[in-house]
Design a protein. Structure first.
Length: 340
């Protein structure tokens, strides 16, 4: 499927390049999946390729082929700086502004490499030489498949590439529960099965490998830290640093928790507030036509998708919750009229 920008990127990659694939802070399944899929494809095309993440990724993605090749800036700064300096092409995958790179932002922005955006989030930044920004796509991983297909290279898709793309799509659609109403997504999935993926096995690796502490943290979150505001059709969960330390929190342990709040009948807006590294990470989810992307952007300097967005607050937990609660009356009417 030929998308806007594909041809220009193919022309840029028509001769061997040294390429750095960058992904956003707190990487999820789509970031890791799209990066690994593109990594293996570009390696097959004769390029020299590196992957860099600002920080570690969740343990439930550690099974993926090539995950050990991902450079972690917070742990391997010198190696990352060398990869940035050596690159003549730098991709932004699954994020649309360099501020999602944390401490890696400045060296990437100062690099003379061509900057290429491959992403599906709203409102991409302007400082890219080439953009592939398709906002109505399920995931960046699906865009990677489209890019490979448009190049006529589907015969290069092996099990590692197919499994990486599938993982990205599955995780970014919540196992096909949102952002998945386009038949194109399912045609891509069908093609991936033709390339030998085992969907059941991938599901078990991603979703059925909870530690005991992770499950107990989930139970505590729902029994002790869930607040339901029926008058605003809203529910939220808040977890302090002490809460997370109590259950020996590991990266990825909060994945999907906010969806439990959204699953309550009559709830149209859900939020998860988790205190980590002297900041409050906020995850928003919504049903139907209520845009949490707009809420996150207008009130918390965040962003994302209409039904799944995020933000970071540098206020205290109490101040952040107060700010959130003060926004709800603004959206009372919209939350009352949500339609699916």
């Amino acid at each position: 499927m030929e998308r806007t920008g594909f041809k220009q990127v193919r022309e840029l990659l028509s001769r061997p390049q040294t390429i750095l694939l960058t992904i956003h802070t707190n990487p999820d399944g789509d970031a890791i999946g799209s990066a690994l899929a593109l990594y293996w494809y570009l390696m097959k095309k004769g390029h020299t390729v590196f992957i860099m993440s600002p920080d570690p990724f969740p343990a439930f993605l550690a099974w993926m082929d090539g995950q050990d090749r991902i450079l972690i800036f917070s742990r391997e700064e010198e190696k990352c700086l060398k990869a940035i300096a050596d690159a003549n092409v730098i991709f932004s995958l699954d994020y649309n502004d360099f501020n999602r790179l944390k401490k890696a932002m400045d060296p990437v922005m100062k690099s003379n490499a061509k900057k290429v955006l491959l992403d599906h989030h709203l409102y991409p930044a302007d400082h890219y030489d080439l953009k592939i920004s398709i906002e109505d796509t399920s995931s960046t991983a699906e865009l990677v498949f489209d890019f490979i297909e448009a190049a006529g290279d589907t015969e290069l898709i092996d099990q590692a590439i197919a499994s990486s793309i599938y993982t990205g799509i599955v995780t970014d659609t919540g196992s096909f529960s949102y952002s998945c109403n386009d038949e194109r997504t399912y045609l891509v999935i069908a093609s991936l099965f033709q390339h030998g993926i085992d969907g059941e096995h991938i599901h078990r690796l991603v979703y059925d490998t909870f530690s005991e502490n992770r499950l107990r943290l989930l139970g505590y979150s729902l029994s002790e830290k869930l607040v339901v505001l029926q008058e605003f059709h809203t529910a939220y969960i808040y977890l302090t640093t002490a809460d997370l330390e109590r259950f020996n929190y590991q990266i990825g342990d909060m994945e999907g928790v906010v969806n439990y709040a959204l699953s309550i009948e009559g709830i149209n807006l859900a939020a998860l507030f988790s205190e980590r590294d002297n900041s409050i990470r906020i995850s928003f989810r919504s049903k139907g036509n209520f845009s949490v992307e707009q809420l996150a952007r207008d009130h918390f300097d965040g962003g994302g998708h209409p039904n799944a967005a995020g933000a970071t607050s540098y206020l205290t937990m109490d101040e952040t919750l107060k700010m959130f609660l003060e926004t709800l009356p603004i959206y009372r009417e919209a939350l009352n009229k949500v339609y699916s």
